[in-house]
Structure formats: structure tokens, C-alpha cells
Design a protein around this ligand. Structure first.
Ligand code: B12
Length: 258
């Protein structure tokens, strides 16, 4: 033992993996963000904001004793995720909190859909992927979370996705929007190839891309369909525009011009 250095002996290890940042130190712990009149729905909202996967099952089931599943989805789960999106925009929440909240929301959604006996009608369909040869998928995961939180069906092709698979999935699922993420100078070029392959198939679709390195506004807008996404929270807004029939040119003008 080093002289003068106190040795702390831990007797109780039960809390060693507790996420204090989310549970006790969260600036929003105990504060009614998105406070509504309804206590049951408010609990669902807070459970999502805190990413409390241990209690979401109980709290959603409690809400379902009095509420309609669709109400719990929209006024509880999605309302909670809307707050999470704001916390992200405000720079309060980072990747772990956002993904935990999104996973919590998905657990609640499944419970509600089971009770409903059918999946809720989605606002539209988005395909997301991380470029062939690229495993930097954190941005894509946030994009997935925000799209799902806004009620879109996400077909998540994962990372390092061969370009042929992306084109095949677009042909098969006919999404409203295609999303791509890349970080390597050596992989981002595949976005242009995907755009050319889709055009060759006669497909016209908004292709929102983001990431790091050479994935810049000028690169993404240098090929047809490409719309540059600076932040994942733009993805549902772009998807919403696409479902309302806006062309990729108009979406590009809206987000990338000026
Ligand atoms: C984390 C990381 C890794 C992790 C990846 C873990 C994972 N699951 O993603 C690991 C350790 C595995 C890794 C591996 C490698 N990495 Co790395 N990595 C990084 C690092 C530090 C952060 C990237 C990141 O995740 N950022 C956070 C996410 C959330 O940001 P994002 O993806 O950009 O997403 C945001 C926006 O871009 C936007 N967005 C993204 N996609 C989309 C899509 C739409 C539709 C919209 C609207 C928005 C949007 O929204 C998000 C925010 O809201 C960067 C350095 C840096 N500071 O960027 C290097 C970096 C990207 N890596 C680099 C390299 C070289 C590698 C390796 C090749 C290293 C090696 N020699 O093995 C390997 C690559 C292996 C491979 N085949 O992909 C280089 C790339 C250089 C280049 N330009 O080519 C970088 C820049 C580091 C450097 N300075 O050299 N890496």
C-alpha cells in the first residue's frame, strides 16, 4: 500500500453499473418535461425520456388499463421521444441517452401494438444504411431512432451494406426516402454509384446522406437525388416532406440551399 493514500473498500457492488448520469444526475430527473394533465401518460413520457427500460413494461401496461393503445403511443411514447429530440437539439442529450430512449420507446410500442392486435399505421417508410465497406454506423442509429420516434417504419439494412443490396431493397420496398451514412473517404463514393444505379432502374427517390470526412454538402449535392443531412434530427423532417410528395430537388433546395 502506498503511504498516505486512502484505500476505499467497496462492500456493496449492487449499484456498480447504475447509470447515475441518467438516473440521478439527469438534469431532467423528476422534472415534468412535456408535462401533461394526465398522470398515466406523463409517467410514460418520463420513462421514455429517462430511457428507463426496467420500468417501461409496467408503466405502459398501467397506462393501458385506462387508455387506448393508440393514445399511449402518440400521447405517451412518441411525445416522450419528441422531448428527447429537443434535448438532442439543445445539446443536452448525447448518443447513449438518445439510443436508450429510442429502445425504451420501441419496447413500449411493441406492448401497445400487441394490445392493438396490429401494427400502428406508419407515416411512411425509410430505408437506412451505412455505406459498403464502412462500419461507422452511429449516425445511422440516431437517424433510425429519430425516424422511428416520428412514426416512420425504418427498414434498417445495417452497416457495410453492398450497393446491390441497397438498390434491391429500394426496388422491393419502395420507400419514401433512402438514407445513407459514411465516414471514410474510400467508401462515400458508393453513394454516387447507388444514385446512378437507381436512375438506371428508372427510380426517382430522395437520397439523404450524412456522415464525416468527405461527406460534405458539395459532394452529396454533386449527384442526382442526393440531399445533405447535417444532423440526424433532419431525417424525419425530410422523410415527412417526401411522403407529402415533395421531389428530391425541392427537398434539396429546402435543406441545402442558402
Ligand atoms: C467512432 C469512430 C470509429 C468507431 C466506429 C464505431 C461505430 N459503430 O460507428 C470504430 C472504432 C469502429 C472506427 C473504426 C475505424 N475508423 Co473511425 N472514427 C470514429 C470517430 C471517432 C467518430 C465517428 C462517429 O461515430 N461520430 C459520431 C456520429 C454520431 O456522427 P455521424 O455518423 O457523423 O452522424 C451525425 C451526422 O453526420 C448526421 N448524419 C449521419 N448520417 C446521416 C444520415 C442522414 C439521412 C441525416 C439526415 C443525417 C446523418 O447525424 C449525426 C448527428 O446527428 C471518427 C472521428 C471523428 N471525430 O469523426 C473516426 C474516423 C471516421 N475513423 C476513421 C478511420 C480511418 C477508421 C478506421 C479505418 C481505422 C482503422 N485503421 O482501422 C476504421 C474503419 C473501419 C471501417 N471499415 O469502417 C477516420 C476516417 C478518415 C477518412 N476520412 O477516411 C476518422 C475521421 C478518424 C481520423 N481522424 O482519422 N471508427
Amino acid at each position: 500500500m502506498v503511504k498516505g493514500v486512502a484505500v476505499i473498500k467497496l462492500n456493496d457492488y449492487s449499484n456498480i453499473f447504475v447509470r447515475y448520469d441518467l438516473v440521478t444526475e439527469s438534469p431532467y430527473y423528476g422534472i415534468n418535461r412535456a408535462a401533461g394533465e394526465d398522470q398515466l401518460l406523463q409517467k410514460v413520457i418520463e420513462c421514455v425520456i429517462l430511457g428507463d427500460q426496467d420500468n417501461i413494461d409496467r408503466i405502459v401496461n398501467e397506462a393501458l388499463t385506462e387508455k387506448d393503445p393508440v393514445e399511449v403511443i402518440y400521447e405517451g411514447l412518441l411525445a416522450g421521444m419528441k422531448e428527447v429530440s429537443l434535448l438532442w437539439d439543445e445539446g443536452v442529450y448525447y448518443l447513449p441517452q438518445t439510443l436508450l430512449a429510442s429502445d425504451t420507446m420501441l419496447i413500449g410500442l411493441e406492448i401497445c401494438e400487441n394490445k392493438l392486435g396490429r401494427p400502428v399505421r406508419k407515416r411512411g417508410v425509410a430505408i437506412t444504411h451505412t455505406a459498403e465497406g464502412d462500419i461507422h454506423d452511429l449516425g445511422q442509429k440516431i437517424v433510425n431512432a429519430f425516424l422511428r420516434a416520428s412514426g416512420f417504419e425504418v427498414i434498417d439494412l445495417g452497416k457495410d451494406v453492398p450497393m446491390e443490396e441497397v438498390v434491391r431493397a429500394v426496388k422491393e420496398h419502395k420507400p419514401d426516402i433512402l438514407c445513407g451514412t459514411a465516414h471514410l473517404s474510400t467508401t462515400m463514393g458508393v453513394f454516387r454509384k447507388i444514385s446512378e444505379a437507381l436512375a438506371a432502374e428508372g427510380i426517382d427517390i430522395p437520397f439523404a446522406c450524412g456522415g464525416g470526412g468527405g461527406v460534405t454538402l458539395s459532394f452529396i449535392t454533386s449527384f442526382d437525388f442526393g440531399i445533405y443531412g447535417k444532423d440526424a434530427s433532419q431525417a424525419p423532417k425530410m422523410a415527412e416532406d417526401a411522403t407529402r410528395g415533395m421531389s428530391w430537388q425541392a427537398i434539396r433546395r429546402k435543406y441545402n440551399d442558402g
